[in-house]
Design a protein around this ligand. Structure first.
Ligand code: SF4
Length: 488
């Protein structure tokens, strides 16, 4: 089981960096998804227009969320669904457990859903003595391994084929094989039986349509189709931000989501569920319960900067593009939502006290903003959260950040140097003179405690990366030389 927490992000990241196998698996997967995303996006001439349109739709929804949610509830209930409101994870889990118990459920099949991961639904159901079977192949692998997902759309991204083969041998007792077809067919055979035995099917929701009360769930394996149609009771857990005004809006989002997530033009299955089945010959559940989960989302909605976090469609593209995620994977974040979007929403969902290292888990390079299909300005959000953290009123429980009293002094000094040309030149010359004492093989690397006591910032910086030395001559003197050469 993955017991890492966001509080120990730095230690988690260091351990992940030392795991060569993990980094190899991440490198292969994230670069493959990145390339596929690019080529899928290029296949659409109006990609940028679609991104703008998607963001406009989301902004409109978020400004009138109460209106659209109300419409969604009325429409869904008029078609036989029952909608429940949950203020937090505890309430949502209670509703699900009560429903399962009312149906005397012993076995629940579940499709991949980050929202149910967020509220730790499996733990609650298992606490009631109910067996929970994850039916998405990646989630099934993770469940067998006793771990938590490390990516929003590819839960087992950190595992190599060899590790999965060993896991299947040890947990399912099959002959050792690295034949992917055999491994998947083993999982399929086992899961088919579970679908038939399940009393309840639980899913997440990608989009809820206010106009019709429809829920839309996308997938590639067909397991969601089975989860939502075979058991007599279907429970869908939906974040309140997932609502879209019109059915036609799906045209925009169903083009963006699969292309951004897996680089597909369309996922294999799009399940559109509108209420319960009406005739015996219809497909679908006899009972459909939709749980609308807040769990901190109203807080995000209240602020114009944090509100944009709710536009996220959980495609995972920002994870694949992030140079930090590419190196350390998802578990190091110690939270259900990893990567850039996780560094933004986890502190907002769980509070800053225990997650204050996450907004700093970014180089602010902007790669996440560039790939986001709904144009979420993640660097802006990260800076907003960093500003929140630096406010003493938010820091009551954060001893690490409180200790950093030197930071404001350092920044004041930096501002003075940068605003005075003579001081800037003098400090650059001083740096040029001093750097020779720290250089090895033409670079500044791993400044030791003994030699770096005078410059702790330099020591801290080079503990994780090299520092490029200053050029021997300054830009100004290059410029002067160039001018005088041209005048001759
Ligand atoms: S923030 Fe954007 S890129 Fe990242 S998961 Fe959400 S929608 Fe996808």
């Amino acid at each position: 089981m993955n017991h890492l927490t966001s509080e120990t992000f730095h230690e988690n990241a260091r351990a992940a960096l030392a795991d060569v196998q993990l980094r190899g698996a991440l490198r292969n997967a994230t670069s493959l998804f990145g390339e596929r995303r690019l080529s899928a996006a290029r296949s659409l001439k109006n990609w940028e227009e679609l991104r703008t349109q998607a963001r406009e739709i989301k902004d409109n929804v978020l400004l009138k969320l109460d209106v659209y949610l109300d419409q969604f509830v009325r429409q869904a209930e008029s078609r036989g669904a029952r909608v429940h409101w949950a203020r937090d994870g505890w309430e949502a889990n209670k509703i699900v457990c009560e429903l399962a118990n009312q149906h005397h459920a012993r076995v629940v099949v579940k499709s991949k859903s980050m929202t149910t991961e967020e509220i730790h639904l499996n733990d609650s159901l298992q606490g009631e003595g109910i067996q929970v079977i994850e039916t998405d192949l990646g989630e099934y692998i993770i469940q067998l391994a006793g771990e938590v997902p490390s990516h929003i759309i590819v839960p087992a991204i950190h595992k190599t084929k060899k590790q999965i083969a060993e896991l299947f041998t040890s947990e399912l007792g099959i002959e050792p094989t690295d034949d992917v077809a055999k491994l998947t067919s083993t999982a399929r055979t086992i899961l088919r039986d579970r679908f038939a035995a399940a009393d309840v099917g639980i899913s997440g929701v990608n989009f809820g349509i206010a106009e019709t009360g429809t829920i839309c769930i996308v997938e590639n394996e067909g397991n969601i189709r089975l989860t939502t149609s075979l058991p007599a009771l279907h429970i869908a857990v939906m974040g309140i931000e997932k609502v879209l005004p019109h059915f036609a809006d799906l045209d925009v989002f169903l083009k963006l989501l699969p292309r951004s997530g897996t680089g597909q033009r369309l996922t294999t299955y799009q399940s559109l569920i509108t209420g319960t089945k009406r005739r015996d010959s219809d497909e679908g559940p006899e009972e459909l319960h939709i749980i609308l989960l807040d769990n901190g989302r109203s807080r995000m909605l209240a602020h114009p900067v944090t509100r944009q976090s709710l536009a996220c469609i959980r495609c995972g593209a920002c994870l694949n593009a992030c140079p930090v995620y590419q190196q350390i994977g998802g578990h190091a974040y110690g939270s259900v939502y990893p990567g850039p979007i996780g560094a933004v929403i986890t502190p907002q969902l769980s509070g800053l006290a225990k997650t204050s290292q996450l907004p700093y888990a970014s180089s602010l390079c902007g790669a996440c903003r560039e790939v986001c299909p709904v144009k979420i300005d993640i660097p802006q959000l990260l800076l907003h959260l960093r500003a929140e953290i630096s406010q003493p009123r938010n820091n009551a429980n954060d001893t690490k950040l409180k200790r950093s009293r030197l930071e404001p002094i350092a920044f004041r000094l930096w501002a003075t140097l940068m605003s005075s040309p003579s001081l800037y030149n003098a400090s650059a010359n001083f740096g040029r003179f001093m750097q020779r004492f720290f250089m090895t093989d033409g670079g500044i690397r791993h400044v030791s405690k003994a030699s770096g006591w005078l410059f702790p910032a330099l020591r801290a910086w080079t503990s994780g990366r090299d520092l490029r030395p200053l050029d021997r001559t300054s830009f100004r003197s290059h410029w002067r030389d160039e001018l005088s050469r041209n005048q001759k």
